[in-house]
Design a protein around this ligand. Structure first.
Ligand code: HEC
Length: 206
């Protein structure tokens, strides 16, 4: 064998070894992956490791890359909608000025927060709302003129409340937080954010 053929033979052997390696590689199971992730975190303050536990919906969305089969998607949305808690006193709207502050702030639920620290909604991180605030994210659609465009009907209020309470009610694998369902915002805070979107006097509708 010449040096050249020796090198070629060695290269071929190396390729064969890699291919064989691929053939025998078994990816870690979901349980093994979760065990590694869970071992990397520990409880700290109010942030507990149980935050890593997925709901059935989150698991299905993860496993299907946010694209579950239509019947599964419909079942998940129906379940989410059925569990929405609508305002206990039938009052949909609070104070839009307080709502604006809630939409602006993203504090809360961090390990260094006290359990009773009110959380913010951080809506501007993903949505445009009032025209005065020029710094906003665009993962979500613009909500500027939300009430003006959608109207102020009972049906719109009901839809908007449910969407804020648990976004999965209308989009199974939505990336918007579940503000009511996950206990991020209180009922009173959701009323204030509702007013920001649906009070005709709110800067969102000017
Ligand atoms: C992490 C990003 C994110 C945050 C934070 C967020 N949203 Fe959303 N939101 C979205 C996305 C994405 C959509 C559109 C896709 C969908 O339906 O999930 C959406 C849709 C909506 C809709 C429906 C719009 C329509 O035209 O029907 C409303 C209403 C809404 N968001 C309100 C809010 C409010 C109020 C807050 C703050 C309390 C908020 N969102 C915070 C990402 C976010």
């Amino acid at each position: 064998m010449t040096t050249k053929t020796l090198v070629l033979a060695a290269a071929a052997a190396a390729v064969a070894a890699v291919v064989a390696g691929c053939a025998t590689y078994t990816p870690p199971t979901q349980e093994e992956t979760m065990a590694v992730i869970k071992a990397s975190f520990k409880d700290r303050g109010i942030a507990k490791v149980d935050r890593l536990n997925q709901t059935e919906l989150q698991r299905i969305c993860s496993e299907t890359h946010n694209n579950p089969p239509k019947d599964v998607r419909q079942r998940l949305e129906k379940q989410a909608l059925a569990a929405v808690k609508f305002p206990t006193d039938g009052k949909w709207l609070g104070d839009y000025k307080k709502g604006e502050r809630i939409a602006q702030t993203g504090v809360g639920l961090q390990w260094s927060d006290k359990p009773d620290t009110p959380a913010g909604g951080n809506c501007y991180a993903c949505h445009q709302l009032s025209k005065a605030e020029i710094s906003f994210g665009n993962i979500g659609p613009s909500l500027y003129n939300y009430g003006k465009l959608r109207g102020y009907s009972e049906d719109i209020k009901r839809y908007t409340w449910a969407k804020i309470w648990n976004t999965h009610a209308y989009n199974a694998c939505s990336s918007m937080p579940r503000f009511g369902e996950a206990g991020i915002l209180t009922e009173e805070q959701i009323r204030d954010v509702m007013a920001l979107l649906l009070d005709p006097e709110s800067p969102v509708n000017k």
